[in-house]
Design a binder for this molecule. Structure first.
Ligand code: IMP
Ligand code: MG
Length: 178
């Protein structure tokens, strides 16, 4: 694709790692029912692939938060734009995220979700960008640690596009400059 400068994580590597994460979750939650809480829209692709490798009964629920707008840097403003449909009280919940960058979004979400009294609450993120972290976040499952670049693909968007690309890439500078 023309926008691609360089591929950071190939489709093959993503699929392999997602399978491993699904298997790890299946072991850790043996005998339990899991609610996968997808943070839209970035977590959607990851949730679909991950869920295929979980052997427990799984329910989905979806939440939308806005933190970025269409800018490429975090605004620090977090707002729930779509809330869960089901109560999570007494449930084993795993938050499924595309990437944890500053951590501001999840920091807010964790507090909010803990107050709803789930039986357990863990975080599974495909990508972790630790260099840009502004608040400490307890991450239970990480696909890949990535450098502090603006990344696109496999759920990550640039101006709402390219989430469908099956690999993660750095876009060409000329595409993301205004
Ligand atoms: P945080 O609040 O800074 O941790 O960022 C959380 C959200 O920002 C992620 O779930 C993504 O939707 C978005 N985000 C962070 N880094 C990137 C990136 O490199 N490309 C695209 N979206 C990103
Ligand atoms: Mg996200």
């Amino acid at each position: 694709m023309e926008i691609v400068d360089r591929i950071i994580i190939s489709e093959e590597d993503i699929q392999k790692r997602v399978r491993e994460l699904g298997e790890a979750i299946s072991q850790d939650y043996a005998g339990q029912t899991i609610t996968l809480l997808c943070v839209l829209k970035g977590g959607l692709m990851f949730l679909c692939d991950l869920a295929k490798h979980i052997t427990q009964p799984v329910a989905y629920d979806f939440m939308s938060v806005s933190s970025y707008g269409d800018a490429t840097e975090s605004s620090g403003v977090v707002r729930i734009t779509k809330d869960l449909e089901e109560s999570i009280e007494g449930k084993h919940v795993i938050i499924v995220e595309d990437i944890i960058d500053t951590g501001l979004t999840l920091n807010y979400l964790l507090k909010n979700l803990h107050s709803r009294n789930p039986a357990s609450l863990r975080i599974c993120t495909l990508l972790d960008k630790p260099d840009n972290r502004r608040v400490e976040i307890p991450i239970d499952y990480v696909g890949f640690k990535v450098p502090n670049d603006f990344l696109v693909g496999y759920g990550l968007d640039f101006k709402q596009l390219y989430r469908n690309i099956p690999y993660v890439f750095v876009p060409k500078k000329e595409f993301i400059q205004d």
